[in-house]
Every structure is written in C-alpha cells, then in structure tokens.
Design a protein around this ligand. Structure first.
Ligand SMILES: NC(=O)C[C@H](N)C(=O)O
Length: 339
C-alpha cells in the first residue's frame, strides 16, 4: 500500500517570544528574557509530533523582537509567501512565527495583500521557550494543524494562539502579559481547537471591509508611504500634528478619544493637511468600537473615520492605499467607507 504523502507547509520564523529565552536561565522569567534567541530548527525539534502531521519546510527570515520589524521587512516576506503559493500547488498553507507586539498589524498586512484561498497562519507566544508552561510549542502545533486543514481555506490570514483562531482583520493584542491576549471583542473568534483539531464556528468568509492590494500594486523597493499615528489626550494640543506635517508625512492616523475625538485646537492643522492632500484618518484609542463621525471637531472638518479599524491597522491600510494611488484623496475616502 502506498502511504498518502503528508501535507506540505512552509514556516517563516521571524523571532519574538516564541523564539525567546531567559538571559538568566530562569524558568520563571517571563518579563526580562530576550526575544528571537532560538532558531526555527530548534523550535521544530522541540515539537517532535509535528513531523507526523506535515512535511515542513522552514526558513529563518529574521530572528528579532517584533518591535524591530517594519513594513519594508514585512512586505518582502509577504512577496515571498505569495511567490511560494503561486509556484507550489502542493503547499497546503504558510505559517509565520513572530513576536506578538506587532503581530496584529503584520497579519493585517498579509491579509490585505496575499491573494490565495490557502491559509496564512500567524502565531507567536507570550512565554519564552525557557519558561515553565511555555505556550509557543503548542501554539506552533495548532498553527500547523490549522494550516493543513481544508476548513481553513478562503478565510484569509488567521491569528492562532491560545486555542483560538481569529481573523487578521479584527483580532488585536489586548493585554501586555496574558496568554489570552489576542481578542476580537466585537467580531468574535472564527474558531477554536479541540486539542489540535481546528473547529470553525462559521462557513468561510472574509471581513466585510477587507480590500485587496495585490503584490503588483505595491512598490518594488518595499518602501511604503510614511504615515504617523498621533495620540490624542487631555491637554494635548496640535503640536505633534504640525510637527508631522513639517516632516513631510504622507498620511496621519489620529488615535482619538472615543469616536475619534481630539482637542478642538487640532482642527486647523487637520484641515490644512487635508487641503494639502494629506489624508487624516480618525481612529480611536479605545480598544474596540467603530469610529463613524470624522467631523466631530466642528463645522467643516473632513477627516476620514477609520470605521472598525484600530489605529495600527488603519495605518497599514492607509499606507497600502497611498502606495497604490498616491495623492488620491477620494480613493482613500472610498476605501475607509467600507472599512
Ligand atoms: N510576546 C511577544 O512576542 C513580545 C515580544 N516583545 C515581541 O513582540 O517580539
């Protein structure tokens, strides 16, 4: 009897706590360790049963904390993933291991660009490899298990940690420490795991607002337009907005109060930027809820509300849109209308 070949997956490892290790060799160190210390080969060796479920190819893409990544590095990774999917019809799915700090916007970027029914599964960990009850190896196993499941297809990029499957569009890091940090408070999770088996609550679907920016719409040099996120708070005047404008920023996202609010004194600076063709998106510093208004600053403001997107995801969307159609304000408004 000929044995059926195992499904083939590709893992790109970029570092993070899932590849982290304590500097003091302490099994209770979950705060002072260094991210990106362990190689992808070592990660795989720590999960022997993986070889029973999938044929794994792996590549050490970077090995760093996710705060050291940038959109240029992530774009080059995204292009590689799209290339792998395009050239290998035997590939069941792709896994990216990374730090959790910027995982939500990295996953959003993959989801916005990669055009394929096969899943991209992004995973990480909250405890380093040297810790008691380190969560990385089981997260990695579940990520591989999700990536080879036919029920994961046509769902875009998935975030898998701590027994849960979330959509890259809505899921965000909600807690600096806890294992259940990734949440999708309003949209809900797409699924869970019964042990290692992914269980989906719904038929495949994409987020309503998801826009596709295929690789062909993106710059060959992987440099996306510069967009700043500015944080609103009491007593915070428009100086940071004026500074960003003086630095030639190409777009601004305001992490506003509540429904995207800021001090009324921001109004002039915002309007000037918009009149110069620099889009100003109003998002919220609140962790969930939509931003609808876009003109709460008084008469005549024309900022663009981020709708369901938090500031860091809105920033990626604006960067992708400005790369595709620079200086096209109407196109930016249209894209955020359905976000
Ligand atoms: N849990 C983590 O992975 C956090 C880490 N600082 C990182 O993002 O690289």
């Amino acid at each position: 009897m000929v044995e059926a070949a195992l499904p083939k997956v590709k893992i790109y490892a970029t570092g993070g706590t899932i590849a982290g290790a304590s500097n003091s060799n302490s099994s209770t160190d979950t705060t002072q360790y260094s991210a990106g210390q362990v190689t992808v080969e070592q990660l795989l060796q720590a999960v022997p049963p993986l070889k029973d479920i999938a044929m794994i190819e792996s590549e050490q893409f970077t090995n760093t904390g996710s705060n050291q990544l940038n959109t240029s590095i992530l774009l080059s990774l995204t292009k590689k993933i799209q290339g792998d999917l395009d050239s290998d019809s035997n590939l069941s799915g792709v896994i990216v291991t990374m730090g959790t700090d910027t995982l939500e916007e990295a996953a959003f970027l993959f989801d916005s660009i990669i055009d394929d029914e096969r899943p991209i599964v992004v995973t990480g960990a909250m405890r380093p490899t040297t810790s008691l009850s380190a969560d990385g190896s089981f997260n990695l196993f579940q990520a591989v298990s999700a990536s080879i499941s036919s029920s994961s297809r046509n769902r875009g990029t998935l975030i898998v940690l701590n027994d849960r499957i979330g959509s890259a569009y809505y899921t965000f890091k909600s807690n600096t420490r806890t294992l259940d940090t990734f949440q999708a408070l309003e949209a809900g999770f797409l699924g869970t795991f019964a042990g290692i088996e992914p269980i989906y609550y719904y038929q495949p679907a994409r987020a309503t607002g998801r826009q596709l920016y295929p690789v062909s719409s993106l710059p060959a040099n992987n440099n996306l337009p510069s967009v700043s996120i500015l944080y609103a708070a009491l007593d915070q005047g428009p100086a940071q907005l004026d500074f960003a404008a003086s630095q030639g920023v190409q777009g601004v996202v305001i992490a506003g109060e509540g429904d995207g609010e800021a001090d009324r004194t921001w109004l002039d600076s915002m309007t000037k930027l918009m009149n110069r063709g620099v889009p100003v998106i109003t998002a919220s510093r609140s962790p969930s809820g939509t931003v609808q208004a876009g003109n709460n600053f008084g008469n005549g403001t024309t900022s663009i509300p981020s709708k369901t997107l938090n500031p860091q995801k809105a920033k990626i969307l604006l960067q992708l849109q400005l790369a595709k159609a620079p200086l096209d304000m109407q196109a930016v408004k249209d894209v955020f209308k359905t976000a």
